[in-house]
Design a protein around this ligand. Structure first.
Ligand code: HAM
Length: 420
């Protein structure tokens, strides 16, 4: 019979590598928890219209990459391709913006789905940790998020990443620029799809990676020259605050990002060891999104960092995360009576907060000691009938190799003291 494999563009997280993913999620979450962000979880699927309206009908994410389907009940749903629209939808639905002080600061962690052409670093199922600060127009909030992402990457030991920063203007100045850009693009020799893109979302054309397109873009009007005074002042303040925090960034006037909801501040974190899928994270301000999905005006800013690509970046830099072995004590029982007693001790150790495991499956001493070694435990507890008759177990320190009997009744306290 045929066996099954993980679907194309997906992969499984399996020990021992899976601990790296947990560590990355934790490292990104820690500075957020420490900065007033509350945890939010939303469903893995939403009304397809939420993404069509929020992320944008003309974006690749919505037009090409969404896993959209109709349920038996006739609902049009989509697996979430990103988190921002869902988080804002949930915040509006729960009226969080009416309940307390703004901004409402939220963080999340989960799986996202895009029907992309799979390649290294680009998957159809991937994982993000994200943060959204909803309901305040304050450059310090944009700066806070950039600084926190930098802190998260640095706490993991990453060094070879760069922060790209841009402003996309607002509903006052962007339309003027859009028109100027469109008029410039209409004079170029572009293929049919790009011409269509120039009509729907001309800024995305700037992002086209193809050489022949980039060549023609020389001399294109730049948004920087069209920013209104308010957008300019806002952007300068973000830049000043990030700089004052000692966080280095590069101004990238071509950074547009692939989602339509952005206004003003946009940024991306890129890692130079990852080849073409170099964006390890990205985000920006989305002052109009709430109104786009039927809510009140709620200027907001956020980011999402890709967990998969962050792990790849760590590997590219050769960073070994300092992840301690999960088991502290491994118990090896020789004989039936010892099995019962030691199993009880393992339960006791666990209840006392000591990570403990047990040699299951009735293996002999040799096989069990192999398991003990593999577990990475600091201590092995071995007991046979003779030990039990004397009321002791043998406690072996796997680092020093020393072994000594310990009274059964003192085992938990002894282990706790030696681990402390
Ligand atoms: P995004 O740039 O589409 O932004 O995704 C953020 C990060 O998710 C990327 O930088 C990348 O690391 C990871 N990612 C995206 N697609 C894939 C993929 N196919 N395979 C592996 N990793 C991937 C957003 O999703 C916005 N919601 C960010 C945001 C939050 N903006 C404001 N708030």
């Amino acid at each position: 019979m045929a066996t099954f494999q993980a679907p194309k563009g997906t992969y499984d997280l399996i020990p021992p590598v899976s601990v790296k993913y947990l560590a990355v999620r934790e490292a990104i979450a820690a500075p957020l928890r420490n900065s007033g962000y509350g945890y939010i979880e939303t469903p893995g699927f939403e009304d397809v219209g939420l993404f069509a309206r929020g992320v944008g009908e003309s974006t690749d994410i919505v037009s090409k990459e969404m896993y959209a389907f109709e349920t038996k009940g006739g609902d049009q749903l989509a697996l979430r391709p990103e988190g921002t629209a869902s988080v804002l939808r949930a915040a509006l639905e729960a009226s969080l913006h009416k309940k307390g002080n703004l901004p409402v600061k939220l963080w999340y962690s989960g799986s996202y789905y895009r029907y992309e052409k799979p390649q290294a670093g680009r998957y159809r199922h991937f994982s993000q940790v994200g943060a959204e600060a909803i309901g305040a127009e304050d450059p310090a909030l944009d700066a806070e998020l950039i600084i926190l992402a930098d802190q998260a990457y640095r706490s993991l030991g990453l060094r070879n990443f760069r922060i790209l920063l841009n402003s996309l203007g607002d509903k006052e100045c962007r339309p003027v620029y859009r028109e100027a850009l469109q008029s410039f693009l209409s004079g170029l020799d572009l293929d049919e799809e790009t011409v269509r893109r120039a009509e729907i979302n001309p800024l995305r054309v700037l992002d086209d990676k193809r050489r022949d397109v980039q060549k023609q873009l020389v001399g294109a009007p730049m948004l920087r020259d069209y920013l209104c005074d308010a957008c300019k002042a806002y952007h300068e303040e973000v830049r000043a605050l990030v700089t004052a925090a000692g966080v280095v960034f590069e101004d990238d006037e071509k950074l547009v990002r692939g989602l339509d909801y952005y206004t003003r501040t946009t940024f991306e974190f890129v890692h130079d060891g990852l080849g073409s899928q170099s964006a390890v994270g990205g985000g920006g301000r989305y002052d109009g999104l709430s109104e786009m999905i039927g809510g009140p005006a709620l200027p907001s800013v956020g980011w999402a960092l890709g967990v998969d690509r962050t792990v790849l970046a760590l590997e590219a830099e050769g960073v070994d995360l300092d992840i301690p072995a999960s088991t502290s004590v491994f118990a090896v029982a020789l004989g039936e009576e010892a099995r019962r007693v030691l199993f009880g001790k393992v339960t006791e150790l666990r209840r006392a907060g000591v990570a403990a495991d047990f040699s299951y499956g009735g293996k002999g001493l040799k096989g069990s000691m192999k398991d003990a070694n593999r577990s990475g435990a600091r201590f092995t507890v071995v007991a046979g009938e003779r030990d039990l008759a004397e009321g002791v177990v043998q406690l072996k320190d796997m680092e020093s190799g020393e072994q000594a009997p310990v009274a059964l009744a003192d085992l938990v306290a002894t282990v706790q003291a030696r681990l402390a």
